[in-house]
Design a binder for this molecule. Structure first.
Ligand SMILES: [Mg+2]
Length: 146
């Protein structure tokens, strides 16, 4: 797959002592981390890798992900498939014309994800429809000092 040259609008900052800190994407660009199994195609466990080649993509996911890519967002597929499934996964993504930047294997299995990071994190649970995102108010858990 020919990858688009990654031209990121990263803001580079220095701390007060002049040392570098991690660069930050401009606010309008999202770093999407998107699950594969059960989110953009059927939920295929690692124990049945033969299905990874023949499964069909969810078309609303394909359209939405490719739209986000064309809008300039970063698309990273983040999956619990392991490195031994990388080739079949990359071939499948290419075969179905998914546009993306990176593929991370080895996401912990089992769900109940709770991501803690010094950068802003938002999460969206996939429940069967892959659309543009809308805003809703929810209760979330934060550290006590916020
Ligand atoms: Mg999944």
């Amino acid at each position: 797959m020919e990858k688009r040259a990654c031209k990121l609008n990263l803001t580079k900052k220095k701390s007060k002592d002049g040392s570098h800190v991690s660069p930050i994407l401009s606010a309008e660009i999202k770093n999407f981390l998107i699950d594969i199994d059960g989110t953009i195609t059927d939920d295929i466990p690692n124990e049945e890798p033969e299905r990874m080649e023949t499964c069909e993509p969810y078309l609303d996911a394909l359209q939405t992900v490719n739209k986000w890519y064309e809008e300039g967002h970063q698309i990273c597929f983040f999956t619990s498939r392991t490195e031994e499934h990388r080739d079949v996964t990359e071939n499948w993504l290419e075969k179905h014309n998914f546009k993306y930047h990176t593929l991370l294997m080895g996401k912990p299995r089992g769900g109940n994800y709770h991501w803690i990071d010094n950068h802003m994190v938002k999460a969206t649970r996939y429940k069967g429809k892959f659309t543009d995102l809308i805003e809703k108010e929810y209760k979330i858990q934060v550290f006590k000092d916020e």
